[in-house]
Design a protein around this ligand. Structure first.
Ligand code: UD1
Ligand code: CA
Length: 456
């Protein structure tokens, strides 16, 4: 096998997206389209990936980092002109070069490998990856002669009526003999409906020179989807979602309703976990085995252990250890870290706090900027008052403490191990170990008070 190179075309604005965001940066299942493309190229073992950037160059470079090298296309004069920008990086090298668009996120490394294998097996100089589309609108059409041999590619805007009826289309992905590619590019002109330098014209250029060119039709046409507008974006997301969900299910995860389970590509879930419909698992979320995640939950960038139940809750950048549970309607926010078997009940918010093993925070509570030990009971309506309007302060509660209902804990304070707070207390000072803090007005009863009122 020859050395492999790749050129990713990502310089276009993507006008048809009608967006402030550059097209190739639109996310699908948790990452930009162009990241999906680069993932597949990396899986192929390409030795060099050159990305052609233009519109939004800085943002594309920020997203892809040093996974690829870059070349700037200052003016977007067409796909052939774009590929030409990689000349400095690749010209003269011996090998096979894949050209792929940043807006075809569904192509897999398997398909790309099939394309390369076919290309090399027939000693082709240019092989275009094609697909059969029931609705070919918008794509370049593949023109073959009676023997089925590839003749040329014609763009939608330049096609005649008979050509428009052709269902075999150009996916915008090609394999080239690297040296032939850069030689042939020199001779491509821009006499066409859009006045652009079309990469597709390279097929005719090479044919005239008597070189072997070919079209390779891929088995699953859906992979070739080029995302030019939001309608295609939604279609691509759906296909990607089906793939991700299929992978989870064959690995032992029960998805009660896969159609409405939204899982990002980097998410991991362990076997025997059950995920109900209308759940979103986003970003870098990891979920262990034997968990239950019920409808309406949205979990992003969080780590959840084994045997955890999440009931209709929102979890962001938080950690839940084995055997815990939260919800319904809990909100675990950034740096909430719950230990083993912690129970967080309804209408509880936890932020930037650690909660020790076996501690219970059952109802209507805010835990912010606090460190809670083990086996604590936090009564209903407790508030960790962490913010004085300027600064945030931290509080600590020791193991085995019992915090009465409706306690306000005005940070910074430390409540000792095994201490108690009386219900309704406003705690402003530290509470020693095993002490009971009562910080509320004593009750006073006004006898026969009602008799003093008129009409009573
Ligand atoms: C292109 C193909 C078409 C194919 C389709 C598949 C050409 C002339 N047409 O059309 O045959 O069916 O892809 O999806 O090649 N780009 C640049 N610089 C440019 C122009 C484009 O980097 O000057 C990039 C874009 O960012 C995009 C890709 O090339 O990622 C394709 O460009 P786009 O305008 O989407 O081409 P299509 O009209 O879809
Ligand atoms: Ca396109």
């Amino acid at each position: 096998m020859l050395e492999k190179f790749a050129i990713v075309l990502a310089a276009g604005q993507g006008t048809r997206m009608k967006s402030k965001l550059y097209k190739v940066l639109h996310p699908i299942c948790g990452q930009a389209m162009v990241e999906h493309v680069v993932d597949q190229l990396e899986a192929l073992g390409v030795s060099e990936i050159v990305t052609v950037v233009g519109h939004g160059a800085e943002m594309v470079e920020e997203v892809l980092g040093d996974r690829v090298s870059y070349t700037l296309q200052e003016e977007q004069l067409g796909t052939a002109h774009a590929v030409m920008q990689a000349r400095g990086a690749l010209e003269g090298k011996e090998g096979t070069t894949l050209v792929i668009c940043g807006d075809t996120p569904l192509l897999t490394d398997d398909t790309l490998q099939q394309l390369i294998t076919y290309h090399e097996s027939i000693h082709s100089k240019a092989t275009v990856l094609t697909s059969i589309e029931p609705d070919p609108t918008g794509y370049g059409r593949i023109i073959r002669n009676e023997q089925g041999v590839l003749e040329r590619i014609v763009e939608q805007k330049d096609a005649e009526t008979t050509e428009l009826a052709i269902k075999e289309v150009n996916t915008g992905t090609y394999c080239f003999d690297n040296k032939e590619l850069f030689e042939a590019l020199e001779t491509i002109g821009n006499e066409n409906a859009q006045g652009e330098f079309y990469l597709t014209d390279i097929i005719e250029v090479l044919k005239v020179k008597g070189k072997v060119v070919a079209g390779y039709a891929m088995p699953d046409a859906r992979e070739g989807l080029g995302v030019n507008d939001r309608v295609a974006l939604a279609k691509a997301r759906k296909v990607m979602q089906e793939r991700i969900n299929h992978r989870l299910m064959v690995n032992g995860v029960t998805l009660v309703d896969p159609q409405t389970t939204y899982v990002d590509v980097k998410v991991e879930v362990g076997p025997d976990t059950v995920i109900e419909g209308n759940v979103s698992l986003l970003g870098t979320t990891k979920i262990g085995s034997d968990c239950l995640i019920t409808s309406g939950s949205r979990i992003s960038d969080s780590t959840i252990g084994d045997s955890v139940t999440v009931t209709q809750s929102v979890i962001e950048q938080a950690t839940l250890d084995n055997g815990g549970d939260c919800g319904p309607f809990a909100h675990l926010r950034t740096n909430a870290s719950l230990g083993e078997n912690v129970h967080v009940g309804n209408f509880v918010e936890v932020k930037n706090a650690t909660v020790g093993k076996d501690t219970k925070v059952g109802h209507l509570t805010y835990v912010g900027d606090a460190d809670l030990g083990r086996e604590i009971n936090i009564g209903c309506g407790t508030i960790f008052v962490n913010y004085d309007g300027v600064n945030k302060h931290r509080s600590t509660v020791g193991d085995g403490a019992f915090i009465g209902c409706d306690t306000s804990i005005i940070a910074p304070v430390t409540i000792g191990k095994g201490a108690f707070t009386a219900a309704g207390s406003v705690i402003t000072k530290d509470v020693p170990e095993k002490a009971l803090a009562i910080a509320r007005a004593r009750q006073e009863n006004k006898e026969k008070y009602a008799n003093r009122l008129p009409h009573k």
